[in-house]
Design a protein around this ligand. Structure first.
Ligand SMILES: *[C@@H]1O[C@H](CO)[C@@H](O)[C@H](O)[C@H]1NC(C)=O
Ligand SMILES: *[C@@H]1O[C@H](CO)[C@@H](O)[C@H](O)[C@H]1NC(C)=O
Length: 632
């Protein structure tokens, strides 16, 4: 081996030069507009809540804890009540959602709310000496909770790093998305506090601390390392302290030891692993080499965790977990209850999914669609309909019940039992859903600059993407999920040649594409169809994605299955009728009606209407059936 080449690989590269990433990148939210369809309505309802909620109420616990006046504001209920152990976990979600709202929609009031909130948090943090807290600390509960945590004396159910992570993630978004130096400074203070706090523990003590849910601490610190160049090495080192060996080691070795673990405690650790991997790889991309010298352990953790979760712990509608926990590998049929599919887990799985797909887009990109097939399924059937369309403030359900005769917004009492409210819920899932519903455009398109310009089209959503650096504008028109295909018009072809790759989902049967009305050609499902390179304004790609009924059997019991039409999970409409057992469905009896996505079938000897699960609101539904016969 030539000596310089050898040194190139082993010498830590110098920092702070721009990164020529070999990977695909997401567009900024401001580059993609949603034009119609299901998503804008969700977005509008959440934005109405973001602009209505009273900031002083959200600041109550912070101000009280940091010994400032609460300005006469009323305290909140639910998980933000002054007596709730990890209160102030919600506020970071609001910061992210306000920042996303401003970037996505240009609403100045969202920016003002985010900036004012950060200014109020900065005052709390600045009062730490008077409040008796260490420099940088910021939360709605006393710092002594962390002393108890470090000594393993904290009451079970209290998760202080979980809440602190949320505030840090919100501040990071206000810095990144709105350019707020104030948010950056408060965040640096908090990160310095985490560095000092964790730096005095032995690695065995730290591992013990990691036995308590800590959210995405590894994730937020790795992301902070990416954007905070002067402190990159510091924050990356602190991120690595959140490598929880008991969970990561089996996954790194390819073992699924998830059974019995609290699900949403784990997923953020995997996102953190993927992001620490990227930060370590970036140092080599700066040298202009696509050769991956990121740490393979972290990539293996993230990849293996995704495989295990998506293929062995996920219900037909894309959600996972029962009573918030992973059950045995492939155990599905025995866990169809009111408390299935916690929304947070899917919010986090979708983050992990886009990160892992991105990591697969190097020069040897495999080109399969399984990442975005899952993304589409879970977004459409789980997260979009987790919001109540009858709520002007976009209130959400914590679980998506999968018991026979389940109903959205009717969960077990311990999980809220109902839809969220303005001030008396503040559940974890309410927080993640205000984020989801203000970034609905973030994964429709990606772009890539290595090997020539490339526009990726993952999701079928009526929208416009503007690739500003290249002067390219592409409009997508589709009736999906009601219709079966999409059309892309290159409204502005820009100044350079570029390719377009469109996902042809695995569920598509006999997919066809054509350009400018020319002859249709068949394309393989489960791959990306590629088009390019020379475009003129007005060029048009038509994609036909025919669907058929599919059976999604429980992994552990072939006789228990859900029915889907392409990516659209179907559910039986039972009105207010309670079901005491899983109905038997005669598969051969399913017939399409005149309405798109509506079918009828015989279940338990009676005719039942099957409709799209994403529209199953305000009635009892059934998703999993005891099936007999065959789909015709
Ligand atoms: C969402 O809000 C915008 C701005 O008020 C409005 O133009 C649009 O029609 C709304 N869309 C839906 C689907 O509610
Ligand atoms: C691309 O990523 C795959 C794993 O996703 C890896 O095996 C391969 O070595 C990478 N190729 C390059 C050229 O970096």
């Amino acid at each position: 081996m030539h000596l310089t080449f050898f040194l190139l690989l082993l010498t830590p590269p110098s920092l702070a030069e721009p990164i020529a990433s070999p990977l695909a990148s997401p567009f900024p939210l401001s580059s993609v507009s949603l034009t119609s369809g299901l998503l804008p309505a969700n977005q509008n309802r959440t934005v109405a809540y973001l602009l209505d909620v009273a900031p002083d109420r959200l600041l109550y616990n912070f101000r009280l804890n940091h010994k400032l006046s609460t300005l006469g504001a009323a305290p909140n209920g639910g998980w933000d009540a002054p007596s709730f152990p990890f209160r102030t976990h919600m506020q970071g979600h609001f910061l992210t959602a306000w920042a996303q709202c401003h970037v996505a929609l240009g609403l100045a009031e969202c920016r003002t709310r985010a900036e004012n909130f950060v200014a109020a948090l900065a005052k709390c943090q600045a009062n730490n000496a008077a409040a008796g807290f260490a420099a940088g600390y910021l939360s709605g509960f006393p710092e002594s909770d962390f002393d108890l945590l470090d000594r393993r004396q904290l009451k079970s159910g209290n998760v202080p790093y979980y809440a602190v992570h949320k505030t840090m993630a919100g501040l990071l978004d206000v810095w990144r998305l709105l350019g707020s130096a104030a948010a950056r400074d408060v965040l640096r203070g908090m990160a310095g506090w985490v560095e000092a706090r964790t730096g005095r523990l032995s690695s065995a003590q730290m591992q013990a601390v990691l036995g308590t849910e800590f959210g995405g601490m590894g994730d937020v610190l790795a992301e902070l390392a990416q954007v905070d160049a002067p402190n990159r090495a510091r924050w990356l080192a602190v991120a690595r302290r959140f490598d929880h060996a008991a969970v990561m080691d089996p996954l790194a070795a390819g073992r699924d030891a998830l059974s019995g673990l609290h699900a949403n405690t784990q997923v953020p650790k995997w996102i953190g692993a993927a992001r620490v991997y990227v930060v370590t790889a970036e140092d080599y991309w700066r040298l202009g080499t696509p050769y991956y010298t990121g740490e393979d352990r972290y990539r293996a953790v993230a990849v293996n965790a995704w495989e295990a979760t998506v293929h062995h712990h996920t219900y037909a509608m894309g959600g996972n977990s029962q009573a918030e926990h992973f059950r045995a590998r492939d155990a599905i049929s025995g866990f169809l209850s009111k408390d299935t599919a916690e929304a947070c887990n899917t919010y986090n799985m979708l983050k992990l999914t886009r990160d892992l797909w991105t990591l697969s887009t190097n020069t040897t990109a495999p080109g399969g669609t399984e990442h975005f097939d899952y993304y589409e399924l879970a977004l459409l059937n789980h997260l979009i309909p987790a919001q109540n369309p009858a709520s002007a403030h976009g209130h959400i359900t914590y679980f998506t019940p999968l018991n026979p005769g389940g109903r959205r917004g009717v969960g077990p009492a311990w999980g809220g039992g109902t839809w969220s409210t303005d001030y008396d819920s503040f559940w974890c899932c309410q927080g993640t859903q205000i984020e989801t519903n203000t970034k609905l455009m973030d994964s429709i398109y990606f772009y890539q600059e290595s090997n020539g310009a490339l526009l990726w089209v993952h999701l079928f959503v009526p929208s416009v993407v503007r690739w500003e650096a290249r002067g390219i504008v592409v409009r997508q028109t589709t009736a999906f999920p009601a219709g079966d295909g999409t059309e892309l018009v290159v409204e502005k072809a820009g100044t350079t040649a570029f390719r377009i790759k469109v996902r042809i989902p695995a569920w598509a049967v006999g997919a066809e594409v054509s350009v400018n009305g020319g002859p249709a050609s068949g394309v393989k499902s489960g791959t990306y169809a590629e088009f390019g390179m020379e475009w003129k304004d007005g060029d048009r790609i038509s994609v036909k994605l025919p669907r058929r009924l599919r059976l999604v059997a429980a992994n552990d019991k072939p006789g228990v299955a859900a029915v889907a039409y392409g990516p659209v999970v179907l559910s039986g409409k039972y009105g207010d009728t309670a079901l005491t057992a899983m109905p038997g469905l005669a598969l051969g009896s399913i017939k399409a009606t005149q309405k798109p996505l509506e079918f009828t079938a015989q279940a338990d000897g009676k005719t039942v209407t099957l409709g799209p699960f994403h529209e199953a609101h305000g009635h009892n539904y059934n998703v999993y059936w005891a099936v007999s016969g065959q789909l015709s």
